[in-house]
Design a protein around this ligand. Structure first.
Ligand code: NDP
Length: 508
C-alpha cells in the first residue's frame, strides 16, 4: 500500500510535509515537539506485536487485567497535572477543562474495573424447551487487536475511554491520535508502559496523519474504533468493509436542546450557554441549536445573551474557553454565521467579527434563525449557538428528529422533561441539564443516523469490544433427540402439536 503524504500546510501545523508531525503551543504558537510520521511498516509491525501479546493478555483473566488497569489508573492520577498541562498546550482548552479530561479518564477506568467481569464474564442462559438436557451460557471474548483512531477535541478522554473499554475486554490496542494532539496520545501509552512493565506492548501508538490511520486499518485489525468527522467516518467504514472488519463510528452531531414553556429559564440559560460554548463548542455533543417555545423565547434570549457576553476567551488563567486548534474549521464557523445573517438572523452576541482568523474565536449567539439555515442544520463545531423560535415542543421534537444526525440532546421542562426526551431519536439526552450523560461512565455513549453506530462507555461499551461466544453443552441423554438422525418417529410432530395447543389455549 502506498502512503499518500499530504503536501499542504494546514491546521496551524508548522513545516508539515507529511514526513513529520510538528505540534504547536496553542497559546504562543511556538513549536512544542516534532514526531516522525509512522507509515505502513510501523503499522504492520505494531499490529504484529499487538497480536503476539493479545492472547497472553486475555489469558490473564479479569483479575490479572484489573491489577494492571488499576496500576495504570494510579499512574494517570500521579501524572494528572502533567498531562493536563500537555492537553492545555496542544489543544488550547483551559487548564481546568484539561483536568476534567483526566478525571473523566480515571472515572472510565474505575467503571471498567468494577464492571468488566459482570458485563463480560460467563452468563448462564435458560435452556430451550426442545433441548432440555443442556446447559447453555454466553462468554464475551475479545476481538484480538483493536485500532483506535482518535480526535483532537478531547484528546485524552475520547480515545482514552475507548482504549479502556477495549483493554478491559481483553484486547490489545494500537492508538492513532490526531496529528494536532499526538503528545497526549503518546503520554497515555507511555503511562501504560510505566505502570504495566510486564505487558508494555498491549497498548501502542502510531503518530501521523490520515494516511497513518489508513495504514493501521490495512495492517489487519480485528476491530476499528473511529472518532471524527462524518466524511472520514464513511471512508474508514468503506476501508473496513473490504475485510469485513467491524467498526465503531463516533461521528459528529448537531445537538438540539428544547426549552419548554415550563422550563426554569435561569437554569436552562446557565446550562445551555456552557453546553454550547464550553470547549469552544468543539464537542460532538456540544449543544448547537436551542428550540425555544414562543411564550418564553424573549425571556430566554435575554438571559442567554447576558451570560454569553460574560464568557472569557483566550489562553490566560481566567479564560473559560480556549482556541480552535483545527484552524481549517474557522472558515466553516464563519460561513455558518454569514449564511444565518444573510437569511435574516441577528447576532445578539458576537457575529462575523468574532471570527478573526487566528486560533481564538469568541462566542456568537444567533437568534431568529430560519430552521433550514446552515448553522441550524449542519455541525458548526465552534463557539456558536443558534436560537430557533418554535410554536410548541411538538414542533421542536419534529425539527430535531428530521435532522440527519442523532447523537446527544437536552430538554428543559419542569413537568414533562422525560416525556419529551423519550420521543427524541437520539442516543443521549440530558434533562434539565446539559451534557450530563457524558459524565456518567455507566451510560452508553453513541448515536444513530449520520452520528454513527456502536457504543463506548457503560456495559455496552465493554461489550462493543468483545464478541459473544455461545455455548450449549449436553448434560445427559436427550429426551427429544432433535439433533440426531435417530430421533424417535413422530417426536417433532408431537412437539409442534403441543406448542400449538399451549399457545392457542393462552389466547382463548
Ligand atoms: P477527521 O475525521 O478528519 O479526523 C479524525 C481522525 O481520523 C484523525 O486522527 C485523523 O488523522 C484520522 N483520519 C483522517 N483521515 C483518515 C483516513 N482516511 N483513515 C483513517 N484515519 C483518518 O476530523 P478532523 O480532526 O479533521 O475534524 C474535522 C471535523 O470533524 C470537525 O470540524 C468536526 O466537525 C468533526 N469532528 C468530530 C469529532 C467528534 O467527536 N465526533 C471529533 C473531531 C472532529 P489526522 O487528522 O491526524 O490527519
Amino acid at each position: 500500500m502506498t502512503i499518500n503524504a499530504p503536501t499542504v500546510t494546514r491546521d496551524g501545523v508548522l513545516g508539515f510535509d507529511g514526513s513529520e508531525v510538528v505540534t504547536i503551543d496553542q497559546a504562543s504558537g511556538a513549536v512544542l515537539a516534532r514526531y516522525p510520521v509512522a507509515g505502513e511498516g510501523e503499522a504492520i509491525a505494531a499490529v504484529a506485536i499487538a497480536r503476539s501479546v493479545s492472547g497472553p493478555w486475555w489469558d490473564l483473566g479479569f483479575d490479572g487485567r484489573a491489577k494492571r488497569l488499576r496500576a495504570w489508573q494510579g499512574e494517570i492520577a500521579r501524572g494528572g497535572e502533567e498531562v493536563a498541562a500537555l492537553i492545555h498546550a496542544e489543544n488550547g482548552k483551559p487548564l481546568d477543562d484539561a483536568r476534567s479530561e483526566v478525571l473523566g479518564t480515571i472515572g472510565q477506568l474505575q467503571f471498567a474495573l468494577d464492571n468488566a467481569e459482570p458485563a463480560l464474564g460467563r452468563q448462564d442462559v435458560p435452556v430451550a424447551p426442545s433441548a432440555p438436557n443442556q446447559r447453555a451460557w454466553v462468554e464475551y471474548q475479545p476481538y484480538g487487536v483493536v485500532g483506535v483512531i482518535g480526535p483532537w477535541n478531547f484528546p485524552l478522554t475520547t480515545p482514552g475511554a475507548i482504549v479502556i473499554n477495549a483493554l478491559a475486554a481483553g484486547n490489545a490496542v494500537v492508538l492513532k491520535p490526531s496529528h494536532i494532539t499526538p503528545g497526549v496520545g503518546q503520554w497515555l501509552v507511555q503511562a501504560w508502559q510505566r505502570a504495566v512493565p510486564d505487558f508494555p506492548t498491549v497498548l501502542q501508538y502510531l503518530i501521523g496523519y490520515g494516511a497513518t490511520g489508513q495504514a493501521l486499518i490495512a495492517a489487519g485489525l480485528d476491530k476499528v474504533a473511529f472518532t471524527g468527522s462524518v466524511a472520514t467516518g464513511k471512508t474508514v467504514a468503506a476501508q473496513c468493509a473490504q475485510t469485513i472488519t467491524p467498526v465503531l463510528l463516533e461521528l459528529g452531531g448537531n445537538d438540539g436542546v428544547i426549552v419548554a414553556e415550563d422550563a426554569d429559564l435561569d437554569e436552562a440559560a446557565a446550562h445551555i450557554v456552557w453546553g454550547a460554548l464550553g470547549n469552544a463548542g468543539q464537542g460532538c455533543v456540544s449543544l448547537e441549536v436551542a428550540y425555544v417555545v414562543e411564550s418564553v423565547y424573549d425571556s430566554f434570549v435575554a438571559k442567554i445573551t447576558d451570560l454569553a457576553r460574560q464568557v472569557r476567551v483566550g489562553s490566560g488563567a481566567d479564560a473559560q474557553i480556549g482556541s480552535v486548534p483545527l484552524t481549517s474549521q474557522i472558515p466553516v464557523i464563519r460561513e455558518h454565521i454569514k449564511d444565518a445573517l444573510e437569511r435574516g438572523a441577528s447576532a445578539v452576541v458576537g457575529g462575523l467579527d468574532t471570527v478573526t482568523g487566528d486560533r481564538y474565536v469568541a462566542p456568537t449567539i444567533l437568534v431568529d434563525v430560519p430552521a433550514d439555515a446552515l448553522a441550524a442544520t449542519e455541525e458548526t463545531f465552534g463557539p456558536t449557538l443558534v436560537v430557533v423560535k418554535v410554536a410548541d415542543t411538538e414542533e421542536a421534537i419534529a425539527l430535531i428528529n428530521a435532522g440527519p444526525y442523532g447523537l446527544g440532546s437536552a430538554v428543559f421542562s419542569q413537568g414533562h422533561g422525560e416525556a419529551i426526551a423519550r420521543r427524541l431519536r437520539v442516543g443521549m439526552t440530558s434533562i434539565n441539564d446539559a451534557l450530563s450523560f457524558v459524565m456518567n461512565p455507566a451510560l452508553p455513549f453513541g448515536g444513530r443516523g449520520d452520528s454513527g453506530y456502536g457504543r463506548k462507555h457503560g456495559e455496552e461499551g465493554l461489550r462493543e469490544f468483545a464478541y459473544p461466544h455461545s455455548f450449549s453443552a449436553k448434560t445427559g441423554p436427550a429426551r427429544i433427540s432433535a439433533s440426531t438422525f435417530d430421533r424417535p418417529a413422530g417426536v417433532t410432530a408431537h412437539a409442534l402439536a403441543a406448542t400449538r395447543d399451549r399457545l392457542l389455549a393462552g389466547t382463548e
